[in-house]
Design a protein around this ligand. Structure first.
Ligand SMILES: [Zn+2]
Length: 156
């Protein structure tokens, strides 16, 4: 059996149980750590999470869902993007709606729309662009939405 050292408490944990251990024992520490702000993220934690995402997707989604409960817009946006990247579209949309109900700003709509396109949800993306165009009427934004719609339509 292989063992690895937990980066948080130093305990030797069976390799295939390390993530489960970290998520169950150290959720608060992980949350408080630099993971919270991408730009300040420690490389170690970042790699750890990428690994978690790849190898234990269901634990990763659970982790992201819990993290999304933080009352912090930046974190919620990050979680929304991660959920969509994991193809958890309903959960991602729920978080998106929660975000814009608190602070209805263009950037959040854009982040959401871009992720939908990345994951091939073109119809949903077009629908969301059209909704956004009814809310924000400045020319630059309207033009940007039109370009996104055009590209999405070409891929339908
Ligand atoms: Zn530990």
């Amino acid at each position: 059996m292989e063992y690895e050292m937990c980066p948080y408490c130093g305990k030797e944990v069976e390799s295939n149980e390390l993530y489960e251990h970290m998520i169950t024992e150290h959720m608060n520490e992980i949350r408080k750590e630099e993971f919270i702000m991408l730009d300040e993220m420690k490389q170690q934690h970042y790699e750890l999470l990428l690994d978690l995402k790849r190898n234990h997707p269901s634990i990763f989604v659970k982790f992201i869902e819990e993290l999304a409960e933080e009352e912090n817009e930046k974190i919620k946006i990050l979680c929304m993007k991660e959920l969509i990247s994991m193809r958890e579209f309903e959960k991602g949309e729920k978080l998106f709606r929660e975000l814009i109900s608190k602070n209805n700003k263009k950037e959040i709509w854009l982040e959401y729309i871009i992720m939908l396109n990345k994951k091939g949800k073109y119809e949903k993306s077009i629908e969301t662009c059209l909704q956004a165009m009814k809310i924000f009427d400045d020319e630059e934004f309207q033009a940007r939405m039109k370009r996104i719609i055009e590209k999405a339509r070409a891929r339908l």
